[in-house]
Write a protein that binds this ligand. Structure first.
Ligand SMILES: NC(=O)c1ccc[n+]([C@@H]2O[C@H](COP(=O)([O-])OP(=O)(O)OC[C@H]3O[C@@H](n4cnc5c(N)ncnc54)[C@H](OP(=O)(O)O)[C@@H]3O)[C@@H](O)[C@H]2O)c1
Length: 328
């Protein structure tokens, strides 16, 4: 298969490239050339350069069997390349997000749930309207590739080279040892997907011309599994953590404080029946943890924007544990 990747050099796209090469596909990437992967691109990859927002010349006059779009955030911009590629590519895989849903408190979130509405004055502000913009991007792709597109509503993507450092923080925290603070209850759900599993599945789905809309993440598991291998875990009540100003997701990645703030609990319990029926498979969490520890790396800026490092600093964690023990 001749595969075009709109993106391909930061995280998920890198794994899409690797998975496609492993299956013997011809791979072309399209990027601005600003994001330089830590390792040189694998041999055999054709790297085209341009800008999705108005400089698509390098794509003109070319044909591919399929395109996987890992870098679409704004419908106007996505439409530019979708319009250009509609007659040049058979199948389109668009990487959307579980954030596209209007109500992330629903459990489980299914593909038939309504998507978020985009306000008229959204100003293409991706930080403010990420999910609604993703839903609008899906519609832009579908309009150009009716019945020839797969919309992949990805959950939390983790694994080697993850630029966000969220799941990476947990595996590094466990590896550091000592008393680890964890948010109770231990059986609250967590949900994620290894970027390598998502990448391999999208490549196969592109080859098989799978179309439709699918939540794409692993099956939910108990939060305690993130702490596998830790010798000393202290489970701290949700209310105590919130009282102390611990920020869900940011200070304790993957934690949404589901008992007190049910508004986001659907993000950890998406229905993945469709994607698994369409061939998605996931590796054991132990393998993801091991490889993330080996190849995690610090959080990287995205689009030049520094991301605040996720996770509790060691001194803050120690102070919280001391306060928790004193309060009991
Ligand atoms: N992280 C999560 O947990 C999560 C969850 C759900 C969904 N998602 C979605 O998953 C995808 C993550 O992909 P990724 O960032 O890891 O993909 P990637 O393909 O590895 O990296 C993004 C690529 O896009 C290129 N790019 C950015 N702006 C561009 C432009 N204007 N024109 C041309 N190329 C451009 C970048 O290269 P240059 O900078 O060199 O142009 C880079 O190669 C996103 O669509 C995200 O919304 C993520």
């Amino acid at each position: 298969m001749r595969l075009l990747i709109l993106g391909g050099t930061l995280f998920l796209g890198r794994h899409v490239v690797d998975a496609a090469l492993a299956r013997g596909h011809d791979v072309t990437t399209f990027t601005r050339g600003k994001t330089v992967p830590p390792a040189p691109p694998p041999p055999g990859v054709e790297a085209l350069h341009g800008d999705r927002d108005g400089d698509l010349g390098a794509l003109e006059g070319r044909t591919w069997d399929a395109v996987i779009d890992t870098s679409g955030y704004v419908p106007r911009v996505v439409d530019l390349s979708a319009a250009l590629l509609a007659g040049a590519v058979e199948h389109y895989v668009f990487v959307s997000s579980i954030s596209a849903y209007a109500d992330p408190s629903r459990v489980p979130i299914t593909e038939d749930d309504p998507t978020a509405e985009l306000p008229a004055d959204h100003g293409e502000d991706v930080a403010a309207h990420y999910g609604a913009l993703k839903a609008a991007c899906e519609r832009a792709v579908e309009a150009r590739f009716p019945g020839r597109a797969l919309h992949v509503r990805a959950g939390l993507i983790v694994g080697p080279h993850d630029p966000t450092g969220r799941y990476t923080w947990w595996v590094e925290r466990v590896a550091r040892g000592g008393e680890v603070l964890a948010p109770a209850p231990r059986d609250q759900p967590a949900q994620l997907i290894d970027a390598r599993d998502l990448a391999a599945w999208m490549g196969d789905a592109a080859q098989r011309r799978v179309a439709g809309t699918m939540n794409a993440t692993g099956r939910p598991f108990a939060f305690a599994r993130l702490l596998d291998g830790a010798e000393h875990v202290t489970w701290v009540d949700e209310a105590f953590l919130l009282d102390q100003g611990v920020q869900p997701w940011q200070d304790l990645p993957l934690w949404v404080a589901p008992q007190t703030r049910p508004g986001l609990r659907g993000f950890q319990q998406a229905d993945v029946t469709r994607a698994f029926a369409a061939g998605l498979t996931t590796r054991p969490l132990e393998e993801t943890a091991r490889d993330t520890l080996a190849l995690g790396g610090p959080p990287r800026p995205k689009a030049g924007v520094e991301i605040p490092p996720p996770g509790l600093a060691p001194e803050r964690e120690a102070a919280l544990l001391a306060a928790w023990h004193a309060a009991r």
